[in-house]
Design a protein around this ligand. Structure first.
Ligand code: PLP
Ligand code: COI
Length: 343
């Protein structure tokens, strides 16, 4: 492929064709060798379980070109473990952690020229996904699976980047079922969120903030990201069985504690929206996206956070610390980054 003319600083969060993806197939009861492909397509049997019964899971993590020129991947073992939980949650064959990490290292190395330069604010998004590929007509799990990892250089998930965004809240939509698949990362959850997401976009909001699907009393997820609020020196984030355990949120909780804040992970009642000084959503794609306003579509309530249009001081401190570690500017005290052998 010719060297593409990429304006790194202007990249959206989107798909860019790169040189290679890596693949690994589970067949005859075992995972095979990792294969390198330059095709953007997957040959699939027309009766594959991934096509009919949603046997598909995915992950998202990033590689960063640091201030020292080195390439770091953030907490990939955590993604590997969640990938296993997702596979098990929809009766798919789990990929061993070491194989996951080996595939990540390989796909980044093979596409090294697509890792955005330091200082552009962009990074290389790594998207592992698993498919059930055996043909079935009755509803039952496949016996053969394929894991593919593709990469794409990306910019910020929300157009505003690290600037306050507007979010809407509605009780008319459930992201996932309480005892369903909300705490794992499977494609079906995202299909189910498209109508609510499109509604939010049409009304001019970045994303939909969901309420808990059981009682509609507690805050749940914020689109494809976790929600957090800051009250005094407390970092508060919802906990429920319908929330995906975010690796970014887990890291922010640790950083908040390191900064002397108290962390509370618990049910967060709607009424608490009036008490937060700062709110935000967080995730690999979103990093931290501060929330400036939350509009309740059901009763007209409006909650305003960033009155001066700027992110709050604690969110800013957490954001800087997190990206500082990822870009090699800050000491990686918790050993979250793996430096890859990439030029
Ligand atoms: N919540 C949902 C529904 C997500 O899709 C994601 C993205 O992966 C997150 C939260 C954030 O998780 P992480 O920080 O591990 O990327
Ligand atoms: C992520 O934060 O990695 C996500 O998966 C969010 C979205 C792109 C699905």
């Amino acid at each position: 492929m010719e060297i593409p003319d990429i304006k790194w600083g202007e990249l959206p969060f989107g798909y860019v064709q790169t040189d290679y993806n890596v693949r690994c197939t589970f067949k005859d009861g075992k995972w095979g060798e990792i294969e390198v492909s330059d095709s953007e397509y997957v040959p699939l049997h027309i009766a594959s379980t991934c096509l009919h019964y949603g046997q598909e899971s995915f992950e998202g993590l990033k590689a960063y070109r640091g201030v020292d020129g080195k390439v770091r991947v953030f907490r990939m073992e955590e993604n590997a473990k969640r990938f296993i939980r997702s596979a098990e949650g929809i009766s798919m064959q789990p990929l061993p952690v070491e194989k996951f990490c080996e595939m990540v290292r390989m796909v980044v190395k093979l596409n090294a020229r697509f890792i955005p330069p330091y200082g552009t604010g962009a990074s290389l998004y790594i998207r592992p996904f698993e498919l059930g590929i055996s043909p079935r007509v009755g509803v039952s799990p496949a016996t053969e699976y394929m894991v593919i990892m593709l990469v794409s250089p990306v910019g910020p998930y929300f157009k505003t980047g690290f600037k306050p965004c507007k979010v809407c809240l509605s009780r008319d939509y459930d992201r996932v079922a309480p005892k369903g698949t909300g705490s794992i990362k499977i494609g079906g959850n995202y299909a189910a969120s498209l109508v609510a997401g499109e509604k939010a976009h049409k009304l001019g909001y970045a994303v939909m903030l969901y309420m808990d699907p059981k009682e509609k009393k507690y805050l749940d997820e914020c689109g494809a990201a976790n929600f957090f609020g800051i009250k005094g020196d407390k970092y508060i984030t919802p906990d429920s069985e319908s929330i995906l355990p975010s690796i970014t949120n887990k890291s922010l909780r640790q950083l908040a504690e390191d900064m002397g804040m108290t962390v509370e992970r618990r049910h967060v009642p709607y009424e608490e929206l009036t008490e937060f000084e700062e709110t935000g959503n967080c995730g690999t794609a979103a990093v931290i996206s501060p929330i400036g306003e939350i509009h309740d579509l059901d009763n007209g309530n409006v909650f305003v956070y960033c009155k001066d249009g700027e992110p709050g001081p604690k969110s800013t401190k957490l954001y800087k610390k997190l990206i500082g570690i990822q870009y090699g500017e800050e000491k990686d005290e918790h050993g979250w980054c793996e430096i890859l052998d990439v030029e």
